[in-house]
Design a protein around this ligand. Structure first.
Ligand code: DGJ
Length: 382
C-alpha cells in the first residue's frame, strides 16, 4: 500500500516536471553559460541593462573567441523577462574606414547606454582604445541613437575635462599641483610618490589634454542628471564627472574619488539617499577583492567600507568583476549587480554573474553568492 502511495507521488511529480520543465532559463544561474534564444552564449560583456517601454535591453562588448581587440562592436539583446534574450545585433559597429577612432581592431569596453528624457535619444558612452595602441589612448567614446537597438551613430572620442581642475581643488591646491614634477618621483609606490599622486602629480600632467578615461560607468540620478565615472590617472584615481543635459558633453564639474587607490570597474547605486560605489582593484583580467565606498553626495566625501561580497570566493568577487547595477523598474532600490567572469583565452566565452543586491541592517549593500535565484524571491512586490 505504502509503496504504491510513494510510486504514485513520484509518477505525479514526473508528469508535472514534463509539463513544466525547469530549464536553465527559468532562474538566474550566476557564472553558468547563458544561451540566447538561438542557443549562443550571450556575447555582451562589461555591459549594462536599460528598460525602455516594455522591454529590457542588454548592451555589452561583442568579444572575439580569440584575441583581445574589437572586431564587431557593441552588441545588444532584448528581453521581456530578463531571463530570455534575443540577439538584436550590433548596436554600435566598428568602422572599416582606416584611421577612424573606432576602426576595426580598436578596443571598445564597458559600454553604458542611457535614455535621455529631454532629447528622446539613447546615448552610449564607452571606453575606447585606438587600434594598435594597446591601452595607451585611454579615451571615452560617445554615440547616439533614436532607437534602443540602434544603429548608434559614433559622435566622437576624447579625454574628459581638458584644462579643468576638479571642484575640490582650490587656488592653493592648484598651485601645489603645478609645482609637482614627474621627474622627482621616478620610483612608484613610495610614501612620497603616493602623496604626490594625491596632490595631483598625474592630474596636472593630464590637465592640458584631458584626463585619462578607461574602465567606466554612467549613472543617472533621480533628477535626470547624468554622471560619467571612470578610471583616470593611469587607473590610480576614479573621476566622477557631470554630463551636460543632453548627456553628450561635460559640464566641467568633476571630482576625484580615492586618489591613488587603484580602482577599476566602477558600479554605482543609490539606497536611502546614500550613494554606494562598488569597484575592483587593478589586476588585469584576473579577479580580485571588491571594494566599496559610500557618500551622501556624489561630490563626496567618499568613505571606504569592507568588501560587500559574501560566500565562496567572496575575496575574489566570486571570480568576477563588476560592471553595472540595474535598478528594477517600479522599485526604489531593488538592484541587480552584474559582473563578468573574464576568460582571457576566449573572451567571448566570459560568463555573466547577476546577483540581487541585499542591504544589511545598517543599509549597507551585500552581495551574497547564490547558485541560482529568481526575480520572484528577490523582488516579490513587483
Ligand atoms: C580590467 C578591466 O576592468 C577590463 O575592462 C579590461 O580593461 C581588462 N582590465 C584588460 O586587462
Amino acid at each position: 500500500m505504502r509503496l504504491r502511495f510513494f510510486t504514485g507521488i513520484i509518477l505525479g511529480l514526473l508528469s508535472v516536471l514534463t509539463f513544466f520543465p525547469v530549464s536553465a532559463q527559468d532562474v538566474f544561474r550566476p557564472g553558468q553559460k547563458w544561451p540566447d534564444e538561438a542557443g549562443r552564449h550571450i556575447n555582451a560583456h562589461g555591459g549594462c541593462l536599460l528598460h525602455y517601454g516594455d522591454t529590457y535591453y542588454w548592451y555589452g562588448e561583442n568579444r572575439p573567441f580569440r584575441g583581445f581587440t574589437t572586431e564587431v562592436g557593441v552588441q545588444v539583446y532584448s528581453s521581456s523577462d530578463l531571463l530570455h534574450w534575443k540577439d538584436e545585433g550590433v548596436a554600435l559597429a566598428v568602422s572599416d574606414e582606416e584611421g577612424s577612432p573606432i576602426e576595426r581592431g580598436c578596443i571598445m569596453e564597458r559600454p553604458k547606454v542611457v535614455y535621455n528624457e529631454k532629447t528622446g535619444k539613447f546615448v552610449m558612452l564607452f571606453h575606447l582604445e585606438l587600434k594598435g595602441k594597446g591601452y595607451a589612448a585611454a579615451r571615452v567614446g560617445f554615440a547616439v541613437s533614436d532607437t534602443p537597438t540602434g544603429p548608434f551613430r559614433f559622435l566622437r572620442s576624447l579625454r574628459p575635462n581638458a584644462g579643468v581642475w576638479p571642484v575640490e581643488f582650490g587656488r592653493k591646491d592648484r598651485k601645489k599641483a603645478q609645482q609637482l614634477k614627474e621627474s622627482d618621483y621616478k620610483e612608484w609606490w613610495t610614501p612620497e610618490w603616493r602623496k604626490a599622486i594625491r596632490e595631483g602629480l598625474l592630474l596636472k600632467r593630464d590637465l592640458p589634454g584631458g584626463q585619462m578615461s578607461r574602465d567606466m560607468t554612467v549613472f543617472v540620478d533621480a533628477d535626470g542628471k547624468a554622471y560619467h565615472l571612470f578610471s583616470a590617472e593611469e587607473n590610480l584615481t576614479l573621476n566622477l564627472a557631470e554630463l551636460t543635459d543632453d548627456y553628450l558633453d561635460y559640464t566641467g564639474r568633476y571630482t576625484r574619488i580615492a586618489p591613488g587607490g587603484q580602482n577599476e570597474a566602477p558600479v554605482i547605486l543609490k539606497h536611502n539617499d546614500t550613494y554606494w560605489l562598488i569597484t575592483s582593484g587593478c589586476t588585469g583580467w584576473a579577479p580580485n577583492e571588491a571594494r566599496m565606498f559610500s557618500a551622501s553626495s556624489l561630490w563626496g566625501p567618499w568613505t571606504q567600507h569592507p568588501n560587500p561580497c559574501r560566500g565562496p570566493q567572496a575575496n575574489r568577487t566570486f571570480n568576477g568583476q563588476g560592471t553595472y547595477a540595474f535598478l528594477l523598474p517600479g522599485t526604489e532600490d531593488s538592484y541587480i549587480f552584474m559582473a563578468d567572469v573574464w576568460n582571457p583565452r576566449h573572451l567571448s566565452e566570459s560568463r555573466h554573474i547577476w546577483l540581487p543586491v541585499e542591504f544589511d541592517a545598517d543599509g549597507k549593500p551585500l552581495l551574497r553568492w547564490r547558485e541560482s535565484w529568481s526575480l520572484g524571491e528577490f523582488a516579490p512586490s513587483r
